[in-house]
Design a protein around this ligand. Structure first.
Ligand code: SF4
Length: 427
């Protein structure tokens, strides 16, 4: 079978797609980037915003229109929340069954497996697609009910993958040429809650049982972090970058969001993290225009964000999700105000980003060089990559040097004119 896989949304969806790719290949099926050529199409949907739902529907319709003879399988949060809303689909796989998707599809759609045809072990799909970082699913689901969040409703209770499975997956990827993995889930701080373990124990055993040079953490809610968490960063293979979603800098809004972290807690956490982890960069998510958000609450958010000195902001305009408590709240903020506030925050975000870049100039880091992004007029190659603390750098090298997917020591020299990346030189 020629299989075409498509995903929308979060890193967890990406991680699942990467696993399905390997599972289909192990059964001797061929992957194709071309929708029209496929015998089987699998779409991993998203429901985090109304825009994501619109795009999920569009993807499904495009698959049906452009390749009506192919078998069509739909999974993910949009399909799980509304399985009946996909007419003409051959199979809907709920989020609870995602880890068995290839097995269920093979059975239900009678796919003929030819494991003898499987590609040689070690052939890496991600590198073949120009990706140098693999997303690893470590857990699914969340026990909390933040009032704006549809994910917790779509993904259900917390379920942790056994550490042995995760170790094997990382070692396989490392053996196939990957140098960096990102641990991802819905609430990775909740890892182990169902198997008498926790995130500390998981990371500790991954650092012991794997040799991959770079382990990065995906988004971590700013609570439920286990004791001794910071001591893990003494191992330089754990990247000193944390994405800690704050969502709002006003306690009254955080209460309406039912977040488990006040601004005092968050400030304390950041202070401790920066004391314990050298060169740590912290990024965050902010929701703009949550129901009832007053000018004063918004000003509190701007002030708090500025004080926290984030190195990057992910900014989301609030999107009411049917089925969430927040959608029922009064005083929804108008689009115009949302746009103005979002613009102000983007401007602040750029200033904070440049300040974080400036603070790292002159330092030396090992960088995973990802791709060649261009050439200078005198024939020099331009490469880009990320530092351990997730700052984007560019460097120029003699044209013949091949650096794709290599780890090299560099010195951060200056900010690029556009200010969105750092010029570095090989050390
Ligand atoms: S902790 Fe995260 S995943 Fe869980 S409900 Fe809140 S926002 Fe959603």
């Amino acid at each position: 079978m020629r299989v075409h896989l498509k995903t929308l949304g979060c890193r967890l969806n990406e991680a699942e797609l990467e696993t399905w790719s390997r599972d289909f290949q192990a059964l001797g099926h061929e992957l194709t980037q071309e929708l029209n050529e496929a015998d089987l199409v699998v779409v991993n949907t998203c429901a985090v915003t109304s825009e994501a739902v619109r795009k999920s529907r569009q993807l499904i319709r495009r698959a049906q229109r452009n390749n009506p003879t192919a078998k069509l399988v739909v999974s993910g949060c949009y399909a799980s929340l509304d399985p009946t809303d996909s007419p003409g689909v051959d199979l809907v796989i709920n989020n609870q069954d995602k880890d068995r998707l290839v097995e269920i599809v093979s059975k239900q759609l009678n796919l003929h497996a030819m494991p003898e045809m499987a590609t040689e072990p070690g052939e890496n799909i991600l590198l073949a697609r120009g990706r140098q970082r693999a997303f690893i699913k470590v857990q699914d689901g969340c026990r909390y009910r933040c009032t704006f969040c549809i994910v917790t409703l779509a993904r259900g209770e917390e379920r942790s993958r056994p550490a042995s499975e995760i170790i094997d997956e990382i070692n396989e990827l490392h053996a196939s040429g990957m140098h960096e993995v990102v641990l991802t889930g819905v609430h990775i701080g909740g890892y182990g809650s169902d198997i008498e373990s926790d995130l500390f124990q998981l990371i500790q055993v991954l650092l012991e049982e794997t040799t991959i040079p770079r382990i990065r953490l995906g988004s971590v809610e700013p609570w439920d972090l286990p004791e001794n968490f910071w001591s893990l960063f003494e191992n330089r293979r754990l990247m000193p970058h944390l994405h800690l979603p704050l969502q709002s800098g006003a306690d009254s809004v955080l209460r309406r969001m039912a977040r488990r972290c006040s601004t005092v807690d968050f400030r304390q956490l950041i202070k401790l993290a920066r004391q314990r982890v050298p060169n740590l960069c912290i990024t965050t998510d902010i929701i703009v225009g949550f129901p009832g958000e007053t000018d004063d609450e918004w000003q509190q958010t701007l002030t708090f964000v500025e004080q926290m000195k984030f190195s990057h902001l992910h900014i989301f305009n609030y999107s009411a999700r049917p089925g969430t408590k927040a959608a029922e709240l009064p005083e929804h903020v108008g689009r115009e105000i949302q746009k103005q506030r979002s613009q102000t925050l983007h401007t602040l975000g750029e200033q904070l980003k440049q300040a974080a870049q400036q603070a790292n100039l002159g330092l030396e880091f090992s960088v995973l060089i990802e791709s060649k992004t261009g050439k200078t007029i005198d024939g020099q190659a331009i490469w880009s990559g990320y530092t351990p603390n997730f700052l984007r750098v560019v460097l120029q090298t003699p044209g013949e040097l091949v650096l794709g997917n290599c780890i090299r020591q560099v010195r951060l020299e200056s900010l690029s004119d556009e200010g969105n990346q750092i010029r570095a030189t090989l050390v």
